[in-house]
Write a protein that binds this ligand. Structure first.
Ligand code: SAH
Length: 343
């Protein structure tokens, strides 16, 4: 199998050119064809010598993710793409076109080892980590697609299949590649990474002082409740997780987002809202409330509108910034936690 071209960062591409006896400036030329024009076929790089284009075509792969299925939501604003990887494994990613935004939700693993009870990806188990190139490939796919409509990706949420902080190095390398000022130049502030709460990795991320937004999947105001739906809570208990998040906000000065899937009659009472408010008191944070989306192996339902509003009102009362996330793409199984593929 050929090496995926998007696994390279610019410095590595420059080393490759030197290794091949090519002038080093070729690397930047190639880089710009890919990351500025989205010419993902070397034969289109018309200012490069034919032999070099041929050699690159022969030795590298430019299609780490191949679209094999595409479904649009009824309102045409959400689109879910099923990709096949070079080894035949499959992942999904989602494009959401709302207001002036074009947000893409990308995957970092095929499957997921976290096994959260309510999440379809968790229910399918872990298959493997994606490479940096496979993560970048998803971004380029949508960038190229939007280009034909003269549009651009405005936001990237790393909230698709997988636990990004279980694939930390590849995820960060992918972010660095799309952030590169000579190429795609996508600002870290427009990227959000969501984690189930892998404490050592949040600590590492804190030290890295990056501008990427951090979201943490909380879903419960106590460890006792969280234990019932998020197995990772055994290893990384809520109290310790919150403490780590607090340190993150203090050390970086950045606001953290907490995701809270509201499950009817399970974690959505006004008392639970109060417990949550007390837990987060004084922290630079925002809570995203998401009424649970249905998945086949979890039989509980999302909170009713009334309970959702009551929960929000209680958080408001206690001064916790929060919003209710609208359900997007649920008719095509593209909502949070609904991404699932057959291995
Ligand atoms: N592994 C990462 C990112 C993937 S999921 C994480 O745990 O954060 C992105 C978000 O969707 C997470 O907050 C996840 O808990 C949430 N989610 C999963 N299943 C869901 C469902 N059925 N309904 C609503 N949100 C869900």
């Amino acid at each position: 199998m050929n090496v995926c071209f998007y696994d390279f960062n610019l410095a590595e591409l420059q080393s490759k050119m030197i290794e091949w006896g090519e002038p080093v400036f070729r690397a930047k030329q190639i880089w710009q064809f890919i990351y500025k024009k989205y010419y993902l076929n070397p034969q289109l790089w018309n200012t490069l010598p034919k032999e070099l284009r041929n050699r690159i075509s022969e030795e590298f792969s430019f299609l780490p993710v191949t679209e094999i299925k595409n479904i649009q939501s009824e309102d045409k604003q959400t689109e879910k793409v099923l990709f096949q990887l070079q080894d035949g494994k499959k992942i999904e990613a989602v494009l959401m076109k709302y207001y002036e935004r074009n947000t893409i939700c990308i995957s970092t693993q095929a499957g997921c080892a976290m096994n959260c009870a309510f999440c379809a990806t968790g229910q399918m188990g872990f298959i493997r980590n994606l490479t940096a190139g496979e993560i970048v490939g998803q971004v380029l796919f949508f960038a190229e697609k939007l280009k034909s409509a003269e549009k651009k990706i405005t936001n990237v949420v790393v909230m698709g299949m997988g636990e990004p902080f279980h694939n930390y190095e590849n995820v960060m390398k992918a972010v660095d590649i799309i952030n590169d000022p000579d190429g795609f130049q996508f600002g870290e502030r427009r990227i959000t990474i969501s984690t189930v709460g892998i404490i050592p990795m949040i600590e590492k991320f804190t030290k890295a002082k990056r501008q990427i937004n951090l979201a943490v999947s909380l879903h419960a105001p106590t460890s006792k409740i969280r234990d019932l739906i998020i197995p990772a809570n055994k290893k990384y208990p809520l109290e310790q997780l919150i403490e780590t998040c607090r340190i993150y906000t203090e050390k970086t000065g950045r606001r953290i987002t907490f995701e809270y899937a509201l499950i009817n009659g399970f974690n959505d009472s006004p008392e639970e809202a109060v417990l949550l408010a007390k837990l987060l008191k004084g922290m630079l944070c925002h809570v995203n409330l998401i009424p649970l989306n249905n998945t086949s192996k979890f039989d509980q339902k999302g909170s009713t509108r009334e309970r959702t509003n009551d929960f929000k009102m209680m958080l408001d009362k206690y001064g916790i910034a929060c919003s209710i996330r609208l359900k997007r793409g649920v008719d095509i199984g593209a909502g949070c936690g609904q991404l699932l593929t057959q291995a």
